[in-house]
Design a protein around this ligand. Sequence first.
Ligand SMILES: Nc1ncnc2c1ncn2[C@@H]1O[C@H](COP(=O)(O)OP(=O)(O)OP(=O)(O)O)[C@@H](O)[C@H]1O
Length: 243
Amino acid sequence: MLLVDSLTKTFSADENEVCAVDGLSFQIAPGEVFGLLGPNGAGKTTTLRMVLGLLEPDSGYAEVDGVRTADDPIAVKSRLGFVSASDGVYPWLSVREMLLYFGDLYGVDPDLAQSRCEELAKLMGIASFLDRRAGTLSTGQRQRVTLVRGLIHDPPVMLLDEPTRGLDVVGVQTIFEYIEHLRTVGKAVVVCTHRLDEAERLCDRFGLLHRGRLRYSGTMEELRTSTNREHLVEMFVDLMKES
Ligand SMILES: Nc1ncnc2c1ncn2[C@@H]1O[C@H](COP(=O)(O)OP(=O)(O)OP(=O)(O)O)[C@@H](O)[C@H]1O
């Protein structure tokens, strides 16, 4: 489970202060897919960076599977899987070598990493190129490899940052199936995306961020009731008109 409680972060830039995340709280249960959504500059990346322990909050905390990021950032990293549109691969390693290398970084027993690698490779359709150099893969193949890499240490919580950016319809479908798999195996999942149509289909619950504050949260039905709007796009347009 992921718990975010009163997270706050202010940046100073050019003598101005920007409150990027302002008292943000939410929680995500195992098997639940939560869409953390917001226009450019809303505070999504800053939130993910604080959850991951890459950025220290001014106040508040994130707790991943019972461990607070500030108390034990290493233990938290081993409980988190992170998949981002800008993920790269190590071009000179084979896919298998890279996956096992990441397993090792996360402290996974080598035999267990090997069996997870085989199992996830079958699931995500990368078994036929496990022994190819990662640098020779197509964009779609690389995407599948990074999805498997995010799961090699079997983390209970997954963070997906713009997972469908730059992908064709087949790539997008792969992400949908991946998220369905994550839900089935009981991961708590955060998805940040600008594709509001996709978010509506993918997520069980939503948090709508604007200027660092959580303006609405809940299921699609709950959001419709609170905003009087049918779709996320319209809710967003209303929010942005307030600026
Ligand atoms: N290191 C930094 N120094 C100063 N300001 C920052 C820094 N990082 C983020 N910000 C500011 O904090 C605010 C939130 O940024 P953040 O990157 O979290 O938004 P976002 O929701 O991820 O946006 P996008 O959808 O455009 O990626 C923005 O105003 C941004 O300019």
